[in-house]
Design a protein around this ligand. Sequence first.
Ligand SMILES: [Mn+2]
Length: 328
Amino acid sequence: MNKLYKQIKGKINGAKSIALFCHIRPDFDALCSMYGLYYGIKKNKKVQMFTHRKFNDKEKAILDESLVQIDNFNPCDYDLLITVDTPNTERLGIYGEGVKNHPNTIKIDHHPSCGENIGLLQYVDSNSSSCCELVFKVLKAIKSEITPLLATILYTGLLTDTNSFTNLNTTPNSFFAAYELNLLGADINKVNDIINRQKPQSEVNITKIFYEKFKKIDKEIGLVTITQADLKKAKAEKIDCDGFSSKLISIQGINMSCCIIEMGDNEYNCSMRSRLGYAANGIAQSLGGGGHEGAAGCVINAKTIEEAEKLVIKEIRKYLKSRKTDEK
Ligand SMILES: [Mn+2]
C-alpha cells in the first residue's frame, strides 16, 4: 500500500470519534464524498458529518439527510477531522476556524491548492475528476466494505463532477472508477434518472430566462447574468442554475463561458467553463477564486451586476489576448 494511504488508514483506525466536513454551498461531489467516507469508515466508531444547509429533493433521493448535522460543532468532541472536496479554510465556512485549530486533520481533495490551506495530512490530486474518485481509492486501499449504497453514492459524485463524463476532467481513471462502482452494485440508472431526467419546474422556468438573456461577446465568450428578480420570477433558487455555465460552453463557437448570479449584499457568484485548450482557473484566480482548468469560479463584490459583468469580461479578455500572443 502506498505510504499516504497507510498514513490515512493509521489515523482513521486510531481515532474513536471522527467529524467529516465538505465545502459551503455543497454540490453532489462534496456531499457524496462525505457520505461515501462516512459509510466506509463508520464501523465501530462515532462518525458525524457536518454541512451548511438543508438538502433539496434530489439530494434527499440519494442521501439520508438525518445523518448530517448543521452547525453546533465542538472540535473537542472529535479526535480526527476529515475534510473533503475543500481546498481552504474559507470554503469550510463556519467550520473553518475549528478545523484550522484542530491537532489531527486530514484533507482529501481534487482542487489545486488556493487560499489558506487545511489538513495536516493531505491527499490532494488535482488530476482526479472528482473527490468521490479519491474517496473511492482511499476506501479500497483501507479495505472498507463497499456496499451497493456506498457505490451508488460515490458514482453520483463522479457523474455530476464530470457533467456525465463530458467535462475536460474526465479521464480513463474516471471511467474505470465508474466501471468498478457499477460492478459493486451502484444503481447507475437511478442516479442518472435523478441527475439528468428530473428537472424541477423551477429549473425549467429559470432556464427559459437563461436562454433569453444569453449574450455572445467578442464572438467567443458566452455570458449570462441572473438577478434575484429573475430567480423570484422563475420561483427558482441558485441551485436551479447549477448547470448554466456548462450549457453556455456547449454552444457552438463559445470558448469561454461565464454565468453570474446575484447572491445579495453586493455579492455575485461567477461560474466559468472553458473549451479544450482554454483555461478558466487563472481568470477565476485573478478575481479571488479558483478551480480547475475547464471549470472554475469566484465570488465578486460589486455594486451592480453590470459592474460584476464588466470585471469578469475584462479578465477574460485579458486572458484571451495573452493566449493569442502566446500562440504567435
Ligand atoms: Mn468536486
